[in-house]
Design a protein around this ligand. Structure first.
Ligand SMILES: CC(=O)SCCNC(=O)CCNC(=O)[C@H](O)C(C)(C)COP(=O)(O)OP(=O)(O)OC[C@H]1O[C@@H](n2cnc3c(N)ncnc32)[C@H](O)[C@@H]1OP(=O)(O)O
Length: 407
């Protein structure tokens, strides 16, 4: 697999678009031109567009986002465009569809944009809308916050298998918010955390659902991200035109994509007796490594991890091979995931600190991964990055998309 990432953009995830009098159109109007400028391409270079979004109908009443994209960016008039929905992995699946378009030779240049407007309502209503991606009527029925409740169940399942120390969840969150403080686009860049904010003091870090407390949770965010993908042929001409060395241009070199039973119970039942809590997640990561010809986590320099909750991150770290099953907490405790650790995780703050406008997340991950390998990540840059693994998760690890971005 070789699909070049020419450039991209994201909106400031600290913004509240509804409060500013804007919405989905304003997000498209901003992020798409920014991505085209960053990628040094024109709208008429774009052969196809893919849009990622979970729940625009519920938050705004608006469907048919491919058409809305063209309404917002008239220069894309006539470009074939469609929307992808796979819960919080919508972005990952949109990137995959665009990559397939390029690999098949059908199009040379694809725009992928993801967006979610979520802050136009209160957190409870927003959480309820997001819950539409669980198995409605079958799980989390009495939960006020469906995803915090289901991931608290993941934490319980993890605890039952291996034992869970809440201190490790707190340490993961502390690192995420410290990274976010460096990121000028992060939702939580200016947030303050008095001593005890990551512990079990109910005043400083109240319980949201089960064992998960507020600072264990990704929040309700508004935002959009966009990237421009290209074939090897287009990228070679492009590199000459813009004066870049093609060997330094980031590319997608491998992917893994698996979908398992919609309900958490269904997945946990099928994993009984297996080495991993979510065997299909392990399978998706191994597929990505195999396709990218990467032997394993030891050759990954940075991870863009779907830390929608702290427990999600611990589970994901084990499945990507950064720590044996049950041992991610020790990796976090040793500082291994810090900017100067053995495997820096989410240098931009991740979903916890940078924000999680659901449809945008999988696209934003590839954008940030590409910036790391291109050496253009500014204050977030980690030295000498060659391979980044992105791991985008939809639902309770139902749809998982892993990608290797390399140079
Ligand atoms: C696979 C998946 O990805 S599933 C994940 C899907 N996502 C979810 O389910 C979202 C889960 N999160 C939630 O439901 C909610 O964010 C909750 C329940 C965790 C918290 O909700 P709330 O208590 O309403 O919000 P919170 O305290 O975070 O924010 C309230 C305000 O305080 C601000 N704030 C929060 N923490 C801080 C801080 N440490 N310092 C300064 N300001 C802060 C926020 O910016 C927000 O400001 P606003 O009113 O201007 O928007």
């Amino acid at each position: 697999m070789t699909v070049f990432v020419l450039g991209g953009a994201q909106t400031d995830f600290a913004r509240n678009f509804a409060k500013e009098g804007g919405g989905l159109v304003e997000m498209f109007e901003e992020v798409v031109p920014d991505a085209l400028v960053d990628a040094q391409v024109e709208a008429n270079d774009i052969g196809v567009a893919h849009v990622a979004n979970l729940a625009a109908e519920l938050f705004t009443g608006q469907a048919h986002l491919g058409g809305l994209l063209v309404a917002a960016v008239p220069d894309l008039d006539g470009v074939p465009s469609a929307r992808h929905e796979a819960a919080c992995a919508s972005g990952g699946t949109a990137v995959l569809a665009a990559s397939a378009d390029i690999e098949s030779g059908r199009y040379d240049v694809a725009l992928v944009t993801g967006l979610e407007l979520m802050r136009n309502t209160d957190a409870r209503t927003a959480a309820g809308h997001l819950g539409s991606a669980a198995w409605v009527g079958e799980e989390a029925q009495t939960a006020e916050f469906p995803w915090p409740a289901l991931f608290a169940d993941v934490a319980d399942a993890y605890d039952w298998r291996y034992g869970l120390d809440h201190g490790h969840l707190g340490l993961f969150a502390r690192n995420a918010f410290a990274n976010a403080a460096l990121n000028p686009m992060a939702q939580a860049r200016d947030w303050r955390f008095p001593d005890g904010s990551f512990g079990q003091d109910d005043r400083l870090n109240p319980v949201v659902e089960g064992v998960l407390r507020k600072n264990d949770c990704g929040r309700i965010s508004d935002g959009a991200a966009a990237i421009v993908l290209a074939s090897a042929g287009f990228a070679a001409d492009w590199a000459k035109r813009v004066g870049r060395d093609l060997s330094d241009v980031p590319r997608l070199t491998g992917f893994g994509h698996r979908t398992a039973h919609l309900s958490l119970r269904g997945k946990l039942d099928r994993a009984e007796g297996h080495e991993y809590l979510f065997p299909h997640l392990r399978g998706a990561v191994l597929d990505a490594y195999w396709r990218a010809k990467v032997p394993g986590a030891e050759e990954i320099d940075v991870v863009e991890l779907h830390d929608c909750f702290t427990i999600t991150a611990l589970v994901a770290l084990e499945h990507l091979g950064a720590a044996p099953p049950g041992c991610a907490g020790r990796l976090v405790e040793s500082g291994g995931i810090a900017r100067d650790g053995v495997l820096p995780v989410n240098p931009g703050g991740g979903l916890l600190g940078l924000g999680h406008p659901v449809g945008a997340t999988g696209v934003r991950m590839v954008h940030d991964a590409a910036r790391q390998v291109a050496g253009t990540a500014g204050p977030l840059q980690i030295d000498g990055v060659r391979n980044v693994l992105t791991l985008n998760v939809g639902g309770s690890f139902t749809t998982v998309v892993a990608m290797v971005v390399a140079r």
